[in-house]
Design a binder for this molecule. Structure first.
Ligand SMILES: Cc1ncc(COP(=O)(O)O)c(C=O)c1O
Length: 374
C-alpha cells in the first residue's frame, strides 16, 4: 500500500545530516530546525504563518482554540473523515453538528451545509470545519464567509492541494495539517502544523502550543504542550524541498490509473458503482494531490480480500462513518442520518498511490481488479 523505504533511500544522507545538526545543536524541542521548517513551509503554501506542532490532531485542537471555539460554540463538519475531525471539536469543548457528503468528492456537500445552516439547529453555528479528504479541497466560498462564520480547514491530507490557485491552508481562517507517516508530506514520527494568514490567530496558536504562555511561566490561558520535536522539523525541512515534485508524480500516477481502468473497460460513470468501479474525480477548480486514490466498488469487501490474497495492499478509509462510532453516540445521530457517508463507507477502497509506485505495479493492481470483476 505504501513503501516509505523507497522515499527514504535517495534522501537518507540528507536526512541524517539534518538530524546530526539537531544533535549538534542540542535543540530538541522547537529550535532552529523547526523555525526554519515553519518559515519554508509557510512560504511554500503562500500563507503568512506556519506553526509547527506535535500532531495533526493537536493542530486541529490548536486551530479551534486559537479561533476561540470552545464551550458554547457549534462547529459543522463531515461524518466521513478520520475521527480527529470531530474529536478535536469535542476536545475543544464545542458542539459538533454534521452534514452529509457529496458522493463524487466525498467532501462536505455545500447544499446540505447550507440547508443545515438555514434550519433551527443551524442558527447557533460559529464555524465550519471542512475536511479536504483524500487530497482534494473542500471549499465553498458562498458559505460561511457571508454569514461571518470561522472556517477551519482540516488539511491533514492535502499538503499542496489547491482551489482556484489558492493552496489548502490559506483558504479558510486557520488550518491544520498532519505529517503522520501515511501523509504526502510525512515526518519520522508524529508532527503537525497550523497555518493562517491572521496575525492574531497565529499569536494565539503560538501561545496555546506552549501551555498558554506568552511570557515564560506566566500562563494566560489553559493551553497544552503541543510543540514540534526538533528532529521532526529537521526531517520535514528536507522533505519539504521535494514534496511539490512528489505531488506532481502522484498526479501522473492517478492519470495512469484512470487510463488503465478505462482501457480495461472497468470504469463506470458513477457516482455509484454497478458491476465495475467508479473512479475518483478531480472537480473543476480543484488541484487534487492524490493523497489517496479511492475507487468505489459494489463488492468492496470481497475485492479488498481478493487483493490481499494477491499480496496487493488496499485500505478502507473509512469503514464506519463518524456518527455511527460508539465514542460519538453523544452527538445524537443514528444510522440512516447521513446516507451518502454510510454508502461511501460500504463502497470506498483506496489503492496504492505514492510517488515511487512503478507503472508495472499499477498494471498489476488493475489486472487483479479486472480478474476479480470478470
Ligand atoms: C482528515 C484527518 N484529520 C486529522 C488527522 C489527525 O492527524 P494526526 O494523525 O497527525 O494526529 C488525520 C490523520 O490521521 C486525518 O487524516
Amino acid at each position: 500500500m505504501l513503501d516509505l523505504k523507497r522515499q527514504y533511500e535517495p534522501l537518507h544522507q540528507e536526512i541524517l545530516a539534518a538530524i546530526e545538526q539537531v544533535l549538534a545543536s542540542q535543540h530538541f524541542t522547537l529550535g532552529p530546525a523547526v523555525a526554519a521548517f515553519e518559515r519554508a513551509a509557510a512560504a511554500q503554501l503562500g500563507v503568512a504563518h506556519g506553526i509547527g506542532c506535535s500532531s495533526g490532531t493537536d493542530a486541529l485542537w490548536l486551530a479551534l482554540a486559537a479561533a476561540q471555539i470552545g464551550p458554547g460554540s457549534t462547529v459543522v463538519t463531515t461524518p466521513f473523515s478520520f475521527f480527529a475531525s470531530v474529536s478535536a471539536i469535542l476536545r475543544a469543548g464545542a458542539r459538533a453538528l454534521l452534514a452529509d457528503i457529496d458522493p463524487v468528492t466525498f467532501n462536505l456537500d455545500a447544499a446540505k451545509v447550507e440547508r443545515l445552516l438555514n434550519s433551527d439547529t443551524g442558527a447557533g453555528v460559529n464555524a465550519i470545519l471542512p475536511v479536504h479528504l483524500y487530497g482534494q479541497c473542500c471549499f465553498f466560498p458562498r458559505l460561511g464567509r457571508e454569514r461571518g462564520l470561522t472556517i477551519i480547514e482540516d488539511a491533514a491530507q492535502a499538503w499542496g492541494a489547491e482551489w482556484n490557485g489558492v493552496k489548502a491552508g490559506g483558504l479558510g481562517d486557520i488550518a491544520a495539517f498532519s505529517f503522520y507517516a501515511t501523509k504526502n508530506l510525512s515526518a519520522a514520527g508524529e508532527a503537525g502544523m497550523v497555518t493562517t494568514n491572521s496575525e492574531a490567530l497565529a499569536e494565539r496558536a503560538l501561545m496555546l502550543r506552549s501551555h498558554g504562555m506568552r511570557r515564560r511561566y506566566y500562563h494566560d490561558e489553559i493551553g497544552w504542550n503541543a510543540r514540534m520535536d526538533g528532529f521532526q522539523g529537521a526531517v520535514l525541512g528536507v522533505k519539504l524541498k521535494y514534496v511539490e515534485g512528489w505531488n506532481e508524480t502522484r498526479r501522473t500516477i492517478a492519470a495512469r490509473y484512470h487510463g488503465l481502468f478505462s482501457k480495461a473497460g472497468l470504469a463506470e460513470a458513477g457516482p455509484y458503482p454497478a458491476h465495475g468501479v467508479v473512479l475518483p474525480r478531480e472537480v473543476e477548480g480543484a488541484k487534487h494531490i492524490w493523497h489517496q486514490y479511492v475507487i468505489r466498488s459494489a463488492r468492496r469487501d470481497e475485492l479488498h480480500k481478493f487483493l490481499a490474497s494477491r499480496k496487493i495492499g488496499s485500505e478502507i478509509y473509512y469503514p464506519l462513518p463518524l456518527h455511527m462510532q460508539d465514542a460519538l453516540k453523544g452527538l445524537g445521530y443514528k444510522e440512516g442520518d447521513f446516507p451518502e457517508a454510510e454508502r461511501a463507507a460500504r463502497e470506498v477502497l483506496a489503492l496504492p498511490i505514492f510517488p515511487e509506485l512503478r507503472a508495472d505495479e499499477q498494471e498489476t493492481v488493475v489486472a487483479a481488479i479486472a480478474e476479480f470483476l470478470s
